[in-house]
Design a protein around this ligand. Structure first.
Ligand SMILES: Cc1cc2nc3c(=O)[nH]c(=O)nc-3n(C[C@H](O)[C@H](O)[C@H](O)COP(=O)(O)OP(=O)(O)OC[C@H]3O[C@@H](n4cnc5c(N)ncnc54)[C@H](O)[C@@H]3O)c2cc1C
Length: 406
């Protein structure tokens, strides 16, 4: 393959979803030359291009914040170009518009507004953003250390080299292409689309622009292997068919008409929740909430129910069989219920910051991921407010409180 260009960085982050943005910010703010590579011309990944609009909680549901650092910064930035506020109990305006009845440390955001805010942060940090650039292959040394990413864009085929990489592609593309082990998951078609519709909840005569969730988590809408291009196409077209049916039925029943109720925007990414995750040197599994790990580098709350908190073992970001790269976001080494908790926006931001920090330390110390000691990562994260263990916040296993699931 002829290479049209070759660039050298200290850290290259693959994928500009929430995890990738957080990783790039963390590494760049530590003074490193960082590239962030994204195949779309939007940043934010599923959270923006996928029309997700709920930044799930940073708190445990019982009034204690558990996730800190860039995850909190991005939550605040997500509000900048949006009509929403934080709940008053978490610093929002009195009687502000927080869009839901829950008082956890969470918010709603405008997907487009969040893209603008994320790019502003990358610019301030001096990250070199490559849009419309597809990562096609991982170059590796004989010991399976990733040394470069082959990319393709309108300038042709190029190579981006770095001392360390972060795989924040949402499906572990870099690690899989380097021969790393991975697991997959089933998925359900539950399209979220943006529409205009008469607002029947607040003001019956006013039209509203909002995001509509269709479908449900049932066998009827299940697909098994999201790592198959035919499935990606069929899954996406199936979502469009569901949207058409919803409008056809609504028009036929006379519940609404096409002058007031119509689609405005469809997701620009397939709405798979879980595609592929790495096999890490540690795996976080179902039932391990309230389990303490010596290697913990952060805390994350259960977004579905209050009172459940998880520690984050560093080894879930370190692939067991590929070197020179850390995983971040929804492709880290979590399984079952733990994958469900760690696949969402706050956890993506948190693992992104951890991975970006670890990658920049690995470059400084000329080490690969496996050799890096956890204390050095923790020391850096602590500067940005991170907590690692339940006892630091006086948290202990208590009564889980049931909450509405967004
Ligand atoms: C229907 C649905 C509803 C959800 N609801 C919520 C919710 O209410 N709240 C919440 O917090 N979370 C929700 N989530 C989950 C959440 O949005 C995502 O899991 C999270 O944003 C993932 O972030 P990420 O950065 O790990 O991955 P992604 O967002 O997948 O980012 C990966 C990025 O990498 C890029 N990329 C991938 N491959 C390549 C390549 N080869 N070359 C270049 N770039 C590449 C992608 O284009 C993308 O931008 C929902 C998910 C779905 C599907």
């Amino acid at each position: 393959m002829v290479l049209n260009y070759r660039k050298k960085y200290e850290v290259v982050v693959a994928g500009a979803g929430i995890a990738g943005v957080a990783a790039a910010l963390a590494a760049a703010r530590r003074g490193h030359k960082v590239a962030l590579v994204e195949k779309q011309t939007l940043i934010g990944g599923l959270a923006t291009a996928g029309l997700i609009y709920v930044y799930l909680p940073l708190c445990d549901g019982n009034g204690t914040q558990v996730t800190f650092g860039i995850a909190e910064e991005l939550l605040k930035r997500s509000l900048k170009y949006s009509p929403f506020d934080l709940p008053e109990a978490w610093g929002g305006r009195k009687n502000g518009n927080y869009g839901c009845g829950r008082i956890r440390y969470m918010c709603r955001f405008s997907p487009a507004g969040f893209t603008l805010a994320l790019e502003e942060a990358l610019k301030e940090a001096g990250v070199d953003l490559w849009l419309d650039t597809l990562i096609c292959a991982s170059q590796t040394a004989s010991d399976r250390t990733v040394t470069g990413l082959e990319v393709e864009n309108v300038s042709g085929r190029g190579l981006l080299e770095a001392g360390c990489f972060v795989d924040a592609t949402g499906d572990a593309t870099v690690i899989r292409r380097a021969g790393g082990a991975f697991e997959t998951s089933e998925n359900y078609r539950t399209p979220w689309i943006m529409e205009s519709a008469p607002d029947t909840t607040l003001y019956p005569v006013v039209d509203s622009i909002h995001i509509q969730c269709l479908g449900e988590w049932s066998k009827e809408f299940e697909v098994e292997n999201a790592l198959d291009s035919r499935t990606v196409t069929d899954f996406t077209r199936g979502s469009w068919a569901m949207a058409r049916k919803a409008y056809d039925d609504a028009y036929a029943s006379g519940k609404c008409d096409r002058y007031h109720n119509f689609p405005i925007h469809l997701p620009a990414m397939p709405q798979f929740r879980k595609i592929a995750r790495i096999k890490g040197i540690e795996t976080l599994r179902s039932g391990q909430e309230w389990t303490s790990f010596d290697s913990s580098v952060g805390l994350c709350a259960d977004w579905r129910r209050g009172g459940l908190v998880w520690e984050t073992p560093f080894g879930t970001l370190v692939p067991e069989d590929v070197r020179g790269v850390f995983a971040a976001g929804r492709c880290t080494g979590t399984d079952g219920d733990a994958w469900e908790i760690f696949r969402v926006i706050p956890a993506a931001a948190m693992t992104g910051e951890i991975a970006g920090t670890a990658a920049s330390l690995a470059v400084e110390k000329k080490l690969d991921g496996v050799e890096l000691d956890v204390d050095s990562v923790r020391a850096e994260l602590r500067k940005n407010g991170f907590k690692f263990h339940f006892e630091e916040l006086g948290l202990r296993r208590g009564n889980a409180t049931l909450g509405a699931t967004p």
